[in-house]
Design a protein around this ligand. Sequence first.
Ligand SMILES: *Cc1c(COP(=O)(O)O)cnc(C)c1O
Length: 380
Amino acid sequence: MIPFNKPHLTGKETHYIYDAVNTGKISGNGKYTKLCHDFFLKRFHFKHSLLTTSCTDGLEMASILINIKPGDEIIMPSYTFVSTANAFVLRGATIRFVDSRDDHPGMDEDKIEELINEKTKAIVPVHYAGIACNMDKIMFLSEKYNLFVIEDAAQAIDSYYLNKDGIKIPLGSIGHLGVFSFHETKNIISGEGGLLVVNDQQFKNRSEIIWEKGTNRSSFFRGEVDKYGWVDVGSSFLPSDIISAFLYAQLEELDQIQKRRIEIWNLYYKELSECCKANGIRLPMVPEYATNNAHMFYLVFDSSNLRSKVIEKLKEVGILSVFHYLSLHKSPFYIEKHDGRTLINSDRYTENLLRLPLYVDLQDQEVLQITHTVREILNG
Ligand SMILES: *Cc1c(COP(=O)(O)O)cnc(C)c1O
């Protein structure tokens, strides 16, 4: 049986957890949380990062930080995970969903401007499959209309935007705020876990307060104030140091993990490109301004019947493939609240996109078995 995902362990996780337990302090913001924050600073130049218990929590912190209130409008793709929207809906925002691009499941950057009005507060680009949105276009709109940009980089660890000068900028560091996920289905994992990256320094102090239940506990521990108390709204967004210890072991192996994932992704591409092109099936597209962090390998069929047939046939030989999001504008919760526009590309990905197994411990030989079976189904 080849599962769709298998969490990869580096082997050091339990060692660091053991060490964290031995420090005698396993609540949040301990030794391993700091080691992780340092890692993000050194590796990606994230000036201010805060580990969170999930990416969902990171998004909720972002929503609090930009002071979302009822009636505010947020622009984001419909083809995304529910948390991207829910974090803002929780605080009363209305979501204006943007269609996906024709050539990529990410949001169509050219359809954002028409949705902007005086109620618009923020744009939330989602770097689908770890592939960058066109951030020049999005940051241009942000400046023109004075809007916040919160990057949902849940899938985008170690992925980059190549700017006009060809410089690699880590995703998550371009908008005012960025969020990552370390859920066990992502490239770097801690079971559940996430990260909020604060790029706009106006949010620095308040982000720590919101993180620590609305108290100025972090400044107190740095000796900046002589007692700590309730100074703002907030919640318990910080993970236990046991989670951070697990995460640190993963971060140390980031390069090896990424190298292997990219090898697998390239093997899929090589083995499937000819057959897919011959059959009118689309392979993942990586624009010239984006890098590929091999978060996902997917195919886009021209009908949902063919997709169902491929899922079934793969399952018969023990290979698990899965479809992805159901467009949020058509979800039972939001369909009545949606403004009624049809989003054809988003619906097309909902019906026709299929993800193939991709995890570090997947063997070349298993990839070949999968691609061989896919080719047989398509040609036969
Ligand atoms: C995984 C994911 C999330 C949620 O991450 P959690 O850590 O599970 O909360 C949000 N947005 C996108 C695009 C995701 O892929």
